[in-house]
Design a protein around this ligand. Structure first.
Ligand SMILES: [Zn+2]
Ligand SMILES: [Zn+2]
Length: 373
């Protein structure tokens, strides 16, 4: 109980006008983006350039940028960014996939685009960033939606809950833990919309995924393949300003790691399967079944460095059999994903390679002749 008493009331802690004062102070003293990028890289973080005065990655080269729905780029060539040759060549294509901690590459990018903002790719930097929103909407009526899986006193939403800062205060209180920023100090960034980003180091050998709202109402998590805007970056909405003096990141607090794991943010390594599904459940018949078997074996046994390409080619090859009605798209995608998991390819990467391979194959349906099926 004593611990509980030490907790600052959400209103007292977070509704302070200091936040506004600090962020407006930083707005006038925003540092040079190139220095911010090099500082971030010196922390061991992987950075990517953001289009000037926005929080979106810069547009890649013509071949790599699909453009928008309204204005599609006619020069775009559909391909998987993970294997794109632009990245080893140092082009900032494909957003977070190009993120780097290499100071030479970073210097070259900001020579070329001095006004670009700085994004930090969470996963490769070993970061988990808690994004506390402050949208000032009506909170949900159901306490289960405010903090799924957390029992609130009296099972009701306390009066005065207006945004993510209150949700965070409530979960910290339920866990009898100090609020982030009130325990061990960690880099804390105020966003132009009034939100707060708490930057944490992922515990050793753990992987995390980004999810919005899974932990609680107006609480998002940047991890894995997502990125956060580095403090010192200015967008049209204002400057992302570090709060206080702390510029280092603390390890993700144990209580928060537990809750993030519970709410699906932790990526657990896949358990190896005893029986590979394609050995028990063949797809297609005759020639098609043999083709499926061969492609799946190639994918499952592809050596590191060739996995993505092998998977993409296999998906293309089997994709050509979908339109002639020899294979079912959903089933093919499922067995390809199983084989890719077996090879050790990350799930997201595998899904992208399968999607693009199948789509390209379907556009070139195979004509089966002779002794085919
Ligand atoms: Zn490119
Ligand atoms: Zn590309």
């Amino acid at each position: 109980m004593q611990e509980r008493n030490r907790l600052p009331r959400p209103a007292a802690k977070f509704r302070s006008s200091n936040f506004t004062l600090l962020s407006s102070h930083f707005r006038t003293t925003a540092p040079d983006p190139r220095r911010v990028a090099l500082w971030a890289a010196a922390q061991g973080w992987h950075v990517l350039p953001l289009a000037s005065r926005t929080k979106l990655p810069v547009r890649g080269c013509d071949r790599c940028s699909p453009g928008s729905k309204r204005r599609p780029n006619p020069h775009y060539v559909e391909h998987d960014g993970h294997g794109c040759e632009c990245i080893p060549r140092g082009r900032p294509c494909h957003g977070v996939l190009a993120a780097t901690a290499d100071p030479d590459r970073i210097a070259a990018w900001w020579d070329m685009m001095p006004g670009a903002g700085v994004g930090v790719a969470a996963g490769p930097s070993g970061l988990v960033i808690l994004d506390v929103d402050c949208h000032g909407r009506q909170p949900p009526d159901d306490p289960a939606e405010l903090l799924p899986g957390v029992e609130l006193p009296g099972d009701t939403i306390p009066a005065g809950v207006v945004d993510g800062r209150d949700t965070l205060a409530l979960i910290a209180e339920a866990r009898r833990a100090p609020l982030p920023g009130c325990g061990p100090e960690t880099l804390t960034v105020l966003t132009p919309s009034g939100g707060v980003h708490y930057w944490f180091r992922a515990p050793a050998d753990t992987n995390w995924r980004p999810l919005a709202g899974a932990l609680g109402w107006q609480l998002d998590v940047r991890a894995g393949s997502s990125y956060a805007v580095a403090p010192g970056t200015t967008t049209r909405a204002g400057t992302y300003a570090a709060l206080g003096e702390c510029r280092t990141v603390a390890e993700l607090p144990v209580w928060l790691a537990r809750d993030l794991d519970r709410t699906g943010h932790r990526v657990h390594p896949e358990r190896p399967r005893a029986v590979l599904p394609w050995r028990t459940r063949p797809l297609g018949t005759g020639y098609v079944a043999a083709a499926v078997r061969d492609e799946l074996r190639a994918v499952a046994e592809a050596p590191s460095g060739t996995r993505n390409g092998t998977l993409n080619r296999a998906a293309f090859s089997l994709g050509t059999l979908i339109a002639p009605g020899r294979l079912n798209r959903r089933q093919v995608a499922a067995v390809l994903l199983d084989a890719a998991r077996h090879s050790g390819l990350p799930e997201r990467e595998a899904q992208a390679a399968i999607r693009s391979g199948l789509a390209a194959g379907e556009r070139q349906p195979r004509t089966l002749t002779g002794a085919a099926a």
